[in-house]
Write a protein that binds this ligand. Sequence first.
Ligand code: UD1
Length: 417
Amino acid sequence: MSKYIIVGGNKIEGELSIQGAKNAVLPLIAATVLNSSTNIIHDIPEITDVEIMIKILESLGCTVKRENKTLIVDSSRLHNYEIPEVYVREMRSSIVFLGAMLSRFGKIKVSYPGGCEIGSRPIDLHLRALKQMGAVIEEKHGFIVCETVNLRGCEIQLDFPSVGATENIMLAAVRSRGTTVIRNAAREPEVIELGNYINAMGGRVFGAGTATIFIHGVEKLHEIEYKIIPDRIVTGTYLIAAAITGGEILLKNVVPDHLQSVVSKLRETGCIIRSDKNSIELKTPRKLNSLESIKTLPYPGFPTDMQSQMMALTTICDGTSLFIENIFESRYKHVNELIRMGANIILDGRVALVKGVKKLTGASVTARDLRGGACLLLAGLAAEGETVLENAHHIERGYDNIHKDISKVGGNIVKIQ
Ligand code: UD1
């Protein structure tokens, strides 16, 4: 298993361009099955989650080509409706094929995704909504089989603005009869992106990015060429890489608007942040202040995907910071590893209290999940001495060659296979 060796202490200084967004590209790849035609998507990040989505498309009968950062999917010859279990186990987001395949093929068989490192992650909201739209769902022996003759538009009230459920409903509704209305819909930029993608292939989605989304079913969709949005979580991670090392960074290919909650918290620590239309710049102050409280919430609240990286920063801020993780119950797997590096953190259920220390020290630590892994990498950049970060594969699920990016801006990090 690969690992990163990080020697801390170097300031992160310079300029980087941000990769395409992981959380946007995964539902878009599922959406490629909808049009029975060609999909060309630009700015595809080189991450393992994309590789798994490609394998799923191929197993369904799609032809997939990858040319550098461009993905070309021909979904005209799709003929299979079973998603191999191994891929669902490797990547939970593959559940977004439920809506897309019902829409395109009228049937899908997928293994039950179950829990994962960050929590139990049920899919009851997805399944209830699809049933409301006319899908017949059988859950047996750990598999879900969904079938429908005709999906019909209806009004769906979500109990929670779930990103995955909102996306699955949107995908299912694209070619259904009539209009589907999603109330209490997720408002994440990635949901807007999926709406834009569907519309660019001839669908009719209105209101994505607000709490009420309308999807008017259409009969035919056409081929599409599309460039995906930059990754707001990678942007936030790189801003913190600069802040935690006392450095200065300019990030290009960014949508600053998507980062408001993160920027506001970084400003609270004293960081100086300037942005214009497509870039964002951070300068670190002499002293970093702690954060009074930080609660993860659905967008536009503070993202759960940035909780661990922000925690890495607060371990060396002056004072005490309070974290409340509201989205996933087991998203503090990085805490014990940070403590090994000298952090002072008290954990109680969904609450973590971080008392800033003068410095972290390098240690041998293990990534347990994607963002928690990124948090440890950041801590390693700031720590005195060498950090050995095991299980780099978790980080590679979402970050496109992070070690190369960080090296470009002065970090001392190497990957060992
Ligand atoms: C979540 C994040 C998303 C992030 C992604 C990857 C939120 C709101 N969502 O999306 O921003 O990009 O992880 O890390 O921050 N839930 C149910 N039943 C369901 C579906 C969800 O109870 O059927 C609950 C979950 O347990 C969780 C909450 O709703 O507590 C949010 O889940 P959801 O938004 O669906 O998760 P993801 O789509 O994975």
